[in-house]
Design a protein around this ligand. Structure first.
Ligand code: UDP
Length: 241
């Protein structure tokens, strides 16, 4: 597609599952390269990109601490946050290998491998055309990187939160289990909260609602979809007021 970007600055939320093959864990270099290539085409159009990376391909705090007190729940969440750094490092190199200047920023300091997240510095990187990869979520336990995406999206003044998933958008039921599941083209925050639709976690939805930040849930597995999303083409599910 050659249409002009509809958005000037976007926040892309990439879950940990974007970094591995379906049903697997860890990191697949092929998957990371594929995403980097898609993202590079968006950056080449002059769209400013901040990317919040998840860590679920490596570790989710809530899962690790369930049913046992050996590893405290808070610790498990900090472990999950450090997992996002592994993905962030992989994505940074993959992006640079396709010619995108990239900065990795964390809310938990890791001076040897990443810059501390400082809002004004992140904004300056974006204005200079650098892709800003944000790892360690909010820096606080008990929430997820979806919440970090909503927060960072708000403070970096993005126009839309692009939530990349493996399905085409938000469905009335799980499309992998129910053949009659219907794909929504548009939803309001109210509907998402009321019907507990699987868009992002509820804290994140509430935050987007309060700041009127629209969310586009779309399938990043379809080649070219990240570009279509920033071009404002009608793909996926659009969540707004
Ligand atoms: N996490 C956290 N605080 C944050 C972000 C993440 O404690 O602000 C922890 C949490 O345990 C989470 C894990 O890091 O399960 C990995 O992030 P997430 O589950 O959001 O990854 P995704 O589902 O996007 O792969």
């Amino acid at each position: 597609s050659t249409s002009t970007p509809a958005f000037r600055r976007v926040l892309l939320k990439l879950s940990g599952e974007s970094f591995c093959r379906p049903g697997e864990g860890g990191i697949s270099v092929d998957e990371v390269s594929r995403i980097a290539r898609q993202v590079s085409r968006v950056a080449a159009r002059g769209v400013q990109l901040a990317i919040v990376v998840g860590g679920g391909n490596i570790l989710r705090g809530a899962q690790l601490s369930r049913g046992s007190d050996v590893i405290k729940e808070a610790t498990a969440h900090y472990m999950g946050m450090t997992a996002t750094v592994i993905n962030g490092l992989a994505l940074q190199d993959a992006l640079e290998s396709v010619g995108c200047e990239t900065r990795l920023m964390t809310t938990i300091r890791m001076d040897e491998i990443a810059e501390p997240f400082i809002r004004r510095r992140a904004l300056s990187h974006l204005e200079r055309g650098r892709i800003v990869v944000l790892a360690t979520g909010t820096g606080s336990p008990f929430v997820t990187t979806d919440t970090a995406a909503a927060l960072r999206g708000k403070e970096l003044g993005v126009e839309v939160l692009l939530k990349a998933t493996r399905v085409d958008g938000v469905y009335s039921a799980d499309p992998e289990k129910n053949p009659h599941a219907m794909l929504y083209q548009q939803l309001t925050y109210d509907q998402v909260l009321r019907d507990e639709l699987k868009v992002m976690d509820m804290t994140a939805i509430g935050m987007c609602f309060e700041s009127a930040l629209p969310i586009l849930v779309f399938n990043f597995k379809r080649e070219g979809n990240i570009e279509r999303a920033v071009a404002g083409e009608p793909i996926g599910t659009w969540v707004a007021a």
